[in-house]
Design a binder for this molecule. Sequence first.
Ligand SMILES: *Cc1c(COP(=O)(O)O)cnc(C)c1O
Length: 397
Amino acid sequence: MKYTAPTKQGYFGKFGGKFVPEILIPALNELESAYEETLTDPIFQSEYMDLLREYVGRPTKLTYANRLTGYYGKGKIYMKREDLCHTGAHKINNAIGQLLLARNMGKNRIIAETGAGQHGVATATACAKFGFDCVIYMGAEDMERQKLNVERMRLLGAEVRAVTSGSQTLKDATNEAIRDWVTNVENTFYIIGSVVGPHPYPMMTRNFHRVIGDETKKQIREAENRDPDYLIACVGGGSNAIGFFYPFIEDESVKMIGIEAAGLGADSGKTAATLTKGTPGVLHGSLSYLLHDSEGQVQLAHSISAGLDYPGIGPEHSFLHDSRRVNYYGVTDQQAMNAVKLVSDREGIIPAIETAHAFAYLETLMPLTQKEDIIIVNCSGRGDKDMKTISEWFSAH
Ligand SMILES: *Cc1c(COP(=O)(O)O)cnc(C)c1O
């Protein structure tokens, strides 16, 4: 079992760990043992699976993309439909799982960070469902760009706190959430929105999302009687991708492709292509690839999709990148927006701009495939939230 990391200390190869203020170490240890108990607790597991089924709407479908397949005229393309989850993306799988864990630990106050607002909405939704207090940290700049999600979170009963430090985006909101956690660690649970942060968060969040890959494996075997040849997913922090990949990771015949946001181009200086352009460094509690300058100053990431606009990446992806189990490529804003149009037009599905990055890579991959190849794209979310950006883009281009 080559890829079943992390180690006890939370390392995936040389990446991961717990780079946090001393005061948080007991909280992380407490979290780790509470999480470990849930793994063999049949009551927790059945409650979590019931919620995924009855509230989130799982299992999500695996849809054959017949017109997209016809467009390329090569291998068969399927889509794993995380866009059909309640709230419109995969993030709720993890928010519900961490909330149940918080409840088991007797923590009654929930905090979270959010960039585009999708994780904030998922967390506020889970808190409303269970009657928990909820504080969401969000950069003031992002609040302006994502007004609709701010309204959604407020309607769901969450308090949205504007963060005005730094670039007033996700990185700064995360710093502020960590500060709150340090101050209120006794009664507060921090729900992290991707496979980032200190151990055990990357492992725990991956495991709450592995349902995506577990379902996919069963569904593709029912549809095609075999495992797929290629899996493709977009990578911001990396949670939808790792949840999708993980159940296939030991089977080297399944090729895996992670797509980062290259923004205006990987070499333009306006990019979020962490594995392409970054070098190892510490951000938000773990060691991973990171976009930073030679003085260690974290760079401003750029992507047209707010959900991929992050200068870091989950440590497990850094490990899978260095071990070459997964190949990572960048897709530009322009390429992603072309894919938004193509998938809407050909499949009747308006994908999130994040998701469209994964679809965009089909332009490169499909000419290299054979008719009998099976390709599955993880459709991480729907594009309704992006309609403003999408219409502005197409009226300017
Ligand atoms: C947040 C988000 C992403 C990026 O986050 P990951 O942790 O990399 O999955 C991708 N797609 C959608 C629809 C999102 O909301």
